[in-house]
Design a protein around this ligand. Structure first.
Ligand SMILES: NC(=O)c1ccc[n+]([C@@H]2O[C@H](COP(=O)([O-])OP(=O)(O)OC[C@H]3O[C@@H](n4cnc5c(N)ncnc54)[C@H](O)[C@@H]3O)[C@@H](O)[C@H]2O)c1
Ligand SMILES: [Zn+2]
Ligand SMILES: [Zn+2]
Length: 387
């Protein structure tokens, strides 16, 4: 089959690789019909995720048609159309029982060894996301093996096309969990940092949950413009306004917003000093977006972090966070938990996540898709690939 493979930083290629096969009773093999490139893939693309091997197949946002199912798969058969969550979960461990699927203890056993920590609790395996997350082949491919098929894949009713439901695999539940973690309710005032796909889905979900006022911070003018037109956000361009938190405080009687959502993560554009310290590994991540979130949140408010972080940050104002009595909620999305209700909202016309798609390309052109998305060329918001 053809698949998009990692060959080193900024080097991904579509190659011919062996077809996947069923290896466990509860596996399915999926014929992929649509797959997307995620901001999380960009961390890999930029060489920032350890545990990648040349030839690894990328991609964790995908859907398709069941081609083959193991004897232990219940409720799915050849020909069924499903969307697959990026998190691989067993459905019955200590964490899965608490619906904390991204913390599943049974799908990523290699991590402790890689991190060289004896008692590291692993966290779930993820599709196409390095050997730190289980070394599973991803879905930017013609076919993909889906383990634990009784827990992840969600059947799609007739009448909904691929684009309408594809983002159930990751960014829609991620935006939803971010807004739920931010305790967004009717009348809430929210600030979202990052106007990428995750920031846009957070805006969609914050609106859906009743947010009255949404500030959105980025420096890609075209993304801010789209968010203002589509979700009615108040855009703040940090290239023009250096201190967005200051503007947000000014617009909220000096209080700050009820909640901030950091949809940027550890590669946030920060100060030159921070970038230099990160490059020589004295700093683990850029704390720029997180600091801005802490500064822009009112006392007693919430900082919700869907953006990915890795390692340490020195410039983290914990004293400010304590003084303001902030609540922090963060982490990988427990996608399985939210998919059924979100599918319902899509089916009944309350959510239209597909409007953010800007690029539709063939899987064969995936390398160019990565380049366009990473370089923010052609006003790129989200790339969908079809095999
Ligand atoms: N928690 C999860 O399960 C989960 C799921 C999907 C994605 N993610 C993470 O969410 C983050 C965003 O993903 P995406 O697909 O939207 O990526 P993206 O790279 O397309 O978007 C990030 C946006 O942040 C902006 N940005 C950079 N520095 C900033 C700063 N200092 N202040 C404000 N904005 C800034 C960029 O200009 C860009 O538009 C990534 O870290 C990704 O790994 C997490
Ligand atoms: Zn993703
Ligand atoms: Zn589990």
């Amino acid at each position: 089959m053809r698949a998009l493979t990692y060959q080193g930083a900024k080097d991904v290629r579509v190659e011919t690789v062996p077809d996947p096969v069923i290896t466990a009773n509860d596996d399915i093999v999926l014929r992929v019909t649509a797959t997307a490139i995620c901001g999380s893939d960009l961390h890999i693309y930029r060489g920032k995720i350890p545990g990648m091997k040349d030839g690894d197949i990328l991609g964790h946002e995908f859907m398709g048609v069941v081609e083959d199912a193991g004897p232990g798969v219940n409720g799915l058969q050849r020909g069924d159309r499903v969307v697959v969550p990026f998190v691989i979960a067993c459905g019955s461990c200590f964490y899965c029982d608490k619906t904390l699927f991204a913390a599943c203890e049974n799908t990523n056993t290699g991590r402790g060894a890689i991190l060289n920590k004896k008692n590291a609790t692993p966290g779930a395996g993820l599709f196409g996301y390095s050997h730190l997350y289980g070394g599973y082949a991803g879905g930017q491919a013609e076919y993909v093996r889906v383990p634990r098929a009784n827990v992840g894949p969600l059947k799609i009713p007739e009448g909904l096309n691929d684009e309408q439901v594809l983002f159930l695999s990751d960014i829609l539940p991620t935006g939803y969990q971010a807004a739920v973690n931010a305790q967004v309710g009717p009348g809430a005032c929210v600030a979202i940092f990052g106007a990428g796909p995750v920031g846009l889905m957070s805006a969609l979900c914050a609106r859906f949950l009743g947010a009255q006022q949404i500030f959105m911070v980025d420096h890609n003018e075209y993304r801010l413009r789209f968010a203002a037109e589509t979700y009615g956000v108040i855009p703040i361009n940090f290239d023009k306004d250096e201190d967005p938190a200051e503007i947000i405080l000014g617009a909220t009687n000096g209080h700050g917003v009820d909640a901030t959502i950091d949809a940027v993560g550890f590669e946030a554009k920060g100060s030159a000093l921070e970038t230099a310290l990160t490059a020589i590994k004295l700093e683990g991540s850029s704390g720029k977006a997180l600091r801005q979130c802490i500064a822009a949140t009112r006392r007693g408010g919430v900082v919700s972090v869907p953006g990915v972080y890795a390692g340490f940050i020195h410039g983290f104002l914990f004293g400010d966070a304590f003084d303001k009595g902030l609540t922090f909620k963060m982490g990988q999305t427990h996608a399985q938990k939210f998919m059924p209700e979100l599918l319902q909202h899509i089916a009944e016309g309350r959510m239209k996540p597909e409007v953010i798609i800007s690029h539709r390309m063939k899987l064969e052109d995936a390398a160019r898709g990565y380049e366009i998305f990473e370089q923010r060329q052609e006003e790129c918001r989200k790339v969908v690939l079809t095999p």
